[in-house]
Design a protein around this ligand. Structure first.
Ligand SMILES: Nc1ncnc2c1ncn2[C@@H]1O[C@H](COP(=O)(O)OP(=O)(O)O)[C@@H](O)[C@H]1O
Ligand SMILES: [Mg+2]
Length: 250
């Protein structure tokens, strides 16, 4: 469904992505792991054209694009098929939970308001927030705000959802509710590309893992294989560090 070949990106003289290859099939949940600074956020931003790439080819639904030379209308068309969930939720603070979900539907997609409200309510129900539709972000916990952001992403029925560390801004006791919503989406067969430090999620929910270091994909494969039999020393060192730090629960 999504195939990336040779994606490169530099900021000035700093080469942040050194030729990334990545394949995401329909229904895949791909976890992207890697230390801070390895280029994970830049990768997602390039995939959604929030950042211009220097080189690389994208094949999306069988259509091929040169990522360094994107036409505006192709960017708009591709973005309409994808959704992005950010670390810090990116909600409109002056809009209610329901309005945050319906805004894009009404403004960008020109959906009639009553239809958008109906769909928005269904999406809030999906993330367990039916009783919070009239609340503003400041009246919601971080976990609830992130679930609103996920409801907003789902409302456009995207072919793929990109998540950039969706739980890393949350207090530990709130990560579970967000991960459980994401697990439900995975079980429904949603295609997701998730940058995460949640090793439990990467190991048990995602079916594939991509490990990045210094702008390269060092290792990728089936989640169980990468966790149980990492082939590369850098992957082993990363996993060792994470587990020694006591981060994951399992
Ligand atoms: N807009 C930018 N301008 C300059 N350098 C950047 C910019 N965005 C990211 N970088 C640098 O690119 C590298 C990778 O960053 P990032 O993609 O955020 O990594 P990660 O998400 O894996 O922590 C870092 O060295 C970071 O400082
Ligand atoms: Mg990042």
């Amino acid at each position: 469904m999504l195939e990336i070949r040779g994606l490169k990106k530099s900021f000035g003289s700093l080469e942040v992505l050194r030729g990334i290859d990545l394949t995401v099939n329909k229904g895949d949940v791909v976890a992207i792991l890697g230390s801070s600074g390895s280029g994970k956020t830049t990768l997602l931003r390039c995939l959604n054209f929030l950042e211009a790439s220097d080189e690389g080819t994208m094949v999306f639904d069988g259509e091929t694009f040169q990522m360094a030379q994107m036409r505006k209308k192709d960017v708009a068309r591709l973005r309409a098929k994808t959704a992005f969930v950010f670390q810090d939720y990116n909600l409109f603070l002056n809009k209610t939970a329901l309005q945050n979900v319906t805004e894009g539907l009404i403004v960008a997609r020109r959906m009639p308001k009553d239809q958008a409200v109906e769909l928005g309510r269904r999406m809030l129900a999906k993330v367990g927030l039916s009783d919070r539709e009239g609340h503003y972000p400041s009246q919601l916990s971080g976990g609830q705000q992130q679930r609103v952001a996920i409801a907003r992403a789902l409302a456009t029925d995207p072919e793929i959802i990109y998540f950039d560390e969706p739980t890393s801004a949350l207090d530990p006791e709130l990560t579970g509710e967000v991960l459980s919503v994401m697990r439900n989406l995975a079980e429904e067969g949603r295609t997701m590309l998730v940058v995460t430090h949640e090793m439990g999620f990467a190991r048990h929910v995602s079916n594939r893992v991509v490990f990045m270091a210094e702008g390269d994909v060092v290792e990728s494969g089936a989640s169980q294989d990468v966790f149980d039999h990492p082939q590369q020393e850098r992957t082993r060192a990363f996993l060792r560090n994470i587990y020694q730090a006591g981060v994951p629960a399992d």
